[in-house]
Design a protein around this ligand. Structure first.
Ligand SMILES: [Zn+2]
Length: 218
């Protein structure tokens, strides 16, 4: 396989195809909310405060360095000679330090960590409804797509583990709405609508995510 791939000049078509694969792959990666992360990985409770302290110290150090650097800048700026060092300084060093990208990065991390910290400290009142909703969402997802969708479909035809029907989301004469029974998902080749049972419920009854989950799971 790798030998084969090594010898093939990749065509534009191949890269188009690979782009699709990449999208599919990145969709399959786990995406958790901070609330979910903290439930899945309780050890984070100890790591987060440590990281906050660590980053705060690092930030302080950065700020000190920048202050020092800015003082040097004003000293250099007042110098008369414009040599190579002068060029290099203004072109490379100045933008690198002056806008403090490291501090910006640290602030971004700190922002997220502090949010997670707030979830931990407020967890006693919050935790139960978050867990409850995660359970509801899972239960909603498990509902049979076919059962939920059937009342909205016409010209239904089953072939193996797929069902095709007229799409309830756009006008069409021939069926292109496809249900993948095993995966409990759908895709419409006419309007490209796709998703799972929650998506379907949201779209077909014009519900919010929370309401769709509740309707399906309760
Ligand atoms: Zn459609």
């Amino acid at each position: 396989m790798s030998k084969y791939l090594n010898n093939v000049p990749f065509s534009e078509e191949f890269y188009e195809y690979a782009k699709g694969l990449e999208k599919e792959w990145s969709k399959s990666l786990p995406k958790y909310t901070d609330e979910e992360l903290l439930l899945i990985f309780p050890e984070a409770r100890e790591i987060i405060p440590q990281k906050i302290t660590e980053y705060r110290e690092e930030r302080k150090e950065c700020i000190e360095n920048i202050k020092e650097f800015r003082e040097k800048v004003s000293a250099i700026a007042s110098e008369e000679k414009k040599d190579e060092f002068f060029e290099w300084f203004w072109r490379y060093l100045y933008p690198k330090y002056f806008y403090a990208p490291q501090v910006v990065k640290l602030d971004k991390h700190l922002f997220r960590l502090k949010r997670q910290q707030r979830i931990i400290s407020g967890e006693n009142k919050k935790n139960s409804y978050v867990t409850d909703f995660i359970t509801l969402k899972e239960r909603a997802k498990q509902q049979s797509f076919v059962d939920i969708a059937l009342p909205y479909l016409e010209k239904i035809r089953r072939t193996g583990s797929r069902i095709t029907a007229l799409c309830p989301f756009h006008e069409e004469k021939t069926p292109s709405f496809t249900i993948y029974i095993d995966k409990n998902t759908f895709h419409c080749f006419g309007c490209q609508a796709n998703g799972d049972v929650i998506t379907f419920k949201m779209k077909v009854e014009n519900l919010t995510f929370v309401d769709a989950v509740k309707e399906l799971a309760l």
